[in-house]
Design a protein around this ligand. Sequence first.
Ligand code: HEM
Length: 422
Amino acid sequence: MFLPDNTIPLLLQGYAWLPQLRRRASGEVVHTRVGGQRAVALRGPDAARFFYDEDHVERHTALPGPIKSTLFGHGAVHTLDGTGHRVRKAMFLSLLTGDGIGSLVRYTTAAWDEAAASWADGRRVVLFDEAAAILARGVCRWTGIPLAESEVPALASDLVAMVDGFATPGSRHWRARTARARREAWLRYLVEYVRDGVATVPAGSALDVVAHHRDADGEQLDPHTAAVELLNIIRPTTAVCWFVSFAAHALHRWPRHRAPLREGDDAFAEAFTHEIRRFYPFAPFLGGRAVRDLTWRGEKIPARSLVLLDVYGQHHDPALWKEPYTFDPRRFIGREIDAFELIPQGGGDPAAGHRCPGEAITVALLKALSMRLAQLDYDVPEQDLDISLRRIPARPASGFVLTGARAAAGSATARHASTARS
Ligand code: HEM
């Protein structure tokens, strides 16, 4: 079968690329070619289950060099399979789940409260940038990475750049590569100082654990790989700023959702974070490579093909979600979420496969910061709030500008401010 290469349509159409191919396909599988390679695209919970079976799809041969040089780093856990992956992944899960989440949220909300107090002077705030700085400050403190206040904006901007430039040719891509090279060098030295005892580090902190982790071969990570994995903690945590800007966008478009967040309705706040992660575009699709000839619902997938899981398409499939283009947090209240149904951060069991180990952290941070945002009154001046589906990763064009931010009367933030004054 002749398959034309679809790389240019992917670059032009972004998130709409796979859903459009799917609409034109005769069956449940899209057959195409991308980057000169044969590819198939699937979607739906059963497809996700199929994709996450290591007997079907591997990762180490699938990730393109430009994505490793920007988003993940060479040698990252994302690029491993089998036992090597399990051992490295266990390190991440030991750090990113359980008791540590509470202290990361506390550090980050403290950074938010401090920043929000400074917004009260009426200045113009670009929420995307402020949230990135707040998150970078919180996660470095939590990780044990020493960082002076004056260094926060440049670090936040580098971490954002690594995410912003992974899927695009041109200046954003080169900015991402430069940012990664700079920050890998910085953290490589820090790891060496920790190992030599030149830098002291809180016992059990992420910096301590990564610096002393032993991989499946019993060896410590080389300093470069340790730096890559530290970045794989602080970079995606800072990237929660994308979701914070989407939360602001949602509260602006559908202000009725502000009241339950402001009142501290925990179940609603959790549902709100899930709906943000379903409704708004972030990871467009996930990719791996077929380890052998496979068959999916009667269709052949030749060995070595790329297998793409259409995340955005799955989250907007009317067969799975009632009115998928309506933003409705209540769809998540009072029901279990299947491990392969809502997949903004991958699917399945994070210990057994590549699902994001930082999902609980993402939900906890987004929930806490959305509730704090809802407790502020602010003005939203004229600006470009368009979220282009052609841009990967998407974001509100203006970064969501607000002015005149002040604690809403009667909110927990206002009570906190008046206690601090008295
Ligand atoms: C902005 C929020 C986040 C999004 C959208 C996100 C999304 C993802 C996605 C789509 C994957 C790949 C899943 C796969 O390949 O099957 C992933 C993997 C990963 N994420 Fe996240 N993530 C986020 C936050 C975090 C946080 C907060 C951390 C750590 C603190 C983190 C650390 C990782 C790591 C280490 C992996 C690699 C897992 C593996 O290959 O086994 N992520 N994430």
